[in-house]
Design a protein around this ligand. Structure first.
Ligand SMILES: [Zn+2]
Length: 554
């Protein structure tokens, strides 16, 4: 029952395939100091014995394995050490880079290319920058000031775009401010980030808030930090960053909306008709398992608060709910514990165990055509997110699709790890922990898979070329007329993908073009409808879509 928490549909591409999720939602973090009347009496009662946040600044300060911010010199060293050695010349938004590493070029593109919150480039508004700089470091420092080196480092190492040039409605970070936010990132275990190649990590425009946000809002899960965040004590800043990233990680698998998570606090959900649309009301029936006042407001805040508690106040979480502690340990922290300096300084990561478990299978790998087919299909979602940008043939050779096919072996290995973890208690939610685990396997073995899939990529593209024109040419014009744009269509497709991939009768799927297109079209219209009503809960919509599809493809 929280008036300032509402959802918008926000398309964040390339997160993966399991999407009964909240990646489309933004969590608006509030504090009861202002607007207390918004909260119900029962909520105040429920939270009266708990602090509002799950870790106090003093607890954050006392937590083990705190990380210090690297110096600019150390970050420059890292950037140089992790260059692949491939150099190029490229004009990036007016910046003429010469003999620069391809990694730095790509990072500077992310930092300087203006886009909306859905990551669509705002080409018409794109400024061209005048500079004598020929390197990305020089340009980043010139354009972003004293946070420039850190922004380039964060982009490459953690996949976060900490640049006011990349989004409207932002203000520049100072190095001191960005350092506080980065601390929260550094204090997750290695391998959790990058989550994706580019995710916002910005200071929202000074003096402003997005429409509908209250003055007490500190940050949201997009990941945007507001003026109020800057006024928090340092420890609260770090814990809040942890909280937001907890939302983002959970959104990948829907862990925070899973029945397993709901059960741990006995969450009960009621949906009723509010003045502007359906409103969800939440009640935790196992109050003793809740870690903070804010965590008692909804299952997703319960999850995000538990993430911050796990890192900075673990004994509290473990005392309140040992089962939640285990859930967060496996679904967010890769098995690393922060109960003592000894525990976190010598982490036995879950992903390392899983990598070891699949190694014999990788060594014996001798793929069938069906194996390769499955691996290439993992890129269908990527293909659909690039659609509309040209002829289907050109789309299939676009760099996102090429990159996806190149990453197919890693995706396959991750799938094996997933299988080996499936029988473990929290196996359904560990996928985020696996995204970077290929680095724990011998590169020669992964490269062997790479070689086999390269030749198959051409065959796959040919197969898709025969299917896609029907979908695009027949349906896109009518979709545009009904307000269902390319991005909506792509989003609908990503919702559809898990059902499609798990449905039976595999050989028939490609032939079911009309059904595919019709179901995606219907979902697209649902997305538009949901978008027109800012109070429509995104995940509910996803469930509706999913059930609709299950009827179509029983
Ligand atoms: Zn939150």
């Amino acid at each position: 029952m929280k008036k300032n928490l509402f959802a918008i549909l926000l398309f964040i591409p390339l997160i993966g395939f399991s999407h009964d999720d909240c990646e489309s939602c933004r969590q608006v973090e509030g504090h009861p100091a202002e607007g207390l009347s918004e909260w119900t009496a029962s909520l105040q009662q429920a939270s009266s014995s708990l602090n509002w946040w799950s870790a106090t600044p003093a607890q954050v300060a006392a937590a083990p394995c705190r990380q210090s911010i690297p110096s600019d010199a150390q970050m420059r060293e890292w950037l140089a050490a992790f260059d692949s050695g491939t150099k190029a010349n490229k004009n990036v938004n007016g910046l003429s880079l010469q003999n620069e590493s391809v990694e730095n070029i790509r990072a500077l593109e992310h930092l300087t290319t203006l886009k909306d919150w859905r990551k669509n480039p705002l080409t018409a508004q794109q400024p061209q920058y005048n500079s004598t700089c020929t390197t990305a470091l020089c340009a980043a420092t010139e354009l972003l000031g004293d946070s420039g080196v850190m922004a380039l480092y964060m982009q490459r190492r953690y996949g976060f775009t900490a640049s006011h040039l990349a989004y409207n409605e932002t203000s520049p970070w100072t190095r001191a401010q960005l350092s506080q936010a980065l601390t929260g990132v550094l204090e997750f275990p290695q391998g959790v980030f990058p989550m994706e190649e580019a995710r916002p990590f910005v200071r929202f425009k000074a003096g402003q808030l997005p429409a509908g946000y209250s003055q007490s809002t500190v940050a949201d899960s997009i990941v945007r930090f507001f003026d109020r965040w800057l006024t928090l004590p340092d420890g609260e800043k770090h814990a809040n960053t942890s909280h937001e990233l907890g939302h983002a990680i959970a959104a990948e698998t829907g862990a925070d909306r899973s029945s397993a998570w709901y059960a741990l606090s006995g969450w009960e959900v009621q949906t009723f008709q509010g003045p502007t649309g359906p409103v969800e009301s939440y009640k935790a029936t196992i109050k003793e398992a809740i870690v903070s006042g804010y965590g008692s407001t909804s299952p997703v805040e319960d999850f995000a608060e538990s993430v911050a508690a796990y890192r900075y106040n673990p004994q509290h979480l473990r005392t309140r709910s040992p089962a939640k502690y285990e859930f967060i340990k496996h679904s967010v922290f890769n098995g690393v514990e922060y109960t003592s300096a000894a525990a976190c300084s010598q982490p036995g990561t879950y992903s390392a165990q899983l990598a070891e478990a699949v190694r014999p299978r990788l060594e014996a790998w001798n793929p069938t055509t069906a194996d390769l087919n499955r691996m290439s299909k993992a890129c269908l979602s990527t293909i659909f997110t690039t659609m509309g940008s040209g002829a289907p043939g050109a789309m299939l050779t676009s760099s996102p699709v090429q990159n996806c096919l190149a990453d197919a072996p890693q995706t396959e290995v991750r799938q094996w790890m997933n299988e080996s973890a499936a029988s473990r208690p929290w196996g359904a939610h560990i996928e985020p922990m696996l995204r970077n685990t290929h680095v724990e396997l011998p590169p020669t073995l992964v490269n062997r898979m790479q070689g086999a899939t390269t030749s198959f990529g051409a065959q796959m593209r040919q197969s898709l070329t025969s299917v896609l024109p029907t979908v695009f040419q027949v349906y896109l014009p009518s979709l545009s007329r009904s307000g269902c744009q390319q991005a909506d269509f792509s989003q609908a497709y990503t919702y559809y993908t898990p059902v499609y991939q798990t449905s039976p009768n595999d050989p028939e799927r490609y032939r079911a073009r009309v059904q595919i297109a019709e179901s995606v079209r219907q979902m697209c219209l649902d997305v538009v409808q949901a978008r027109s009503n800012p109070n429509t809960p995104g995940p509910l919509k996803t469930q509706e879509m999913t059930s609709y599809l299950k009827k179509l493809f029983p």
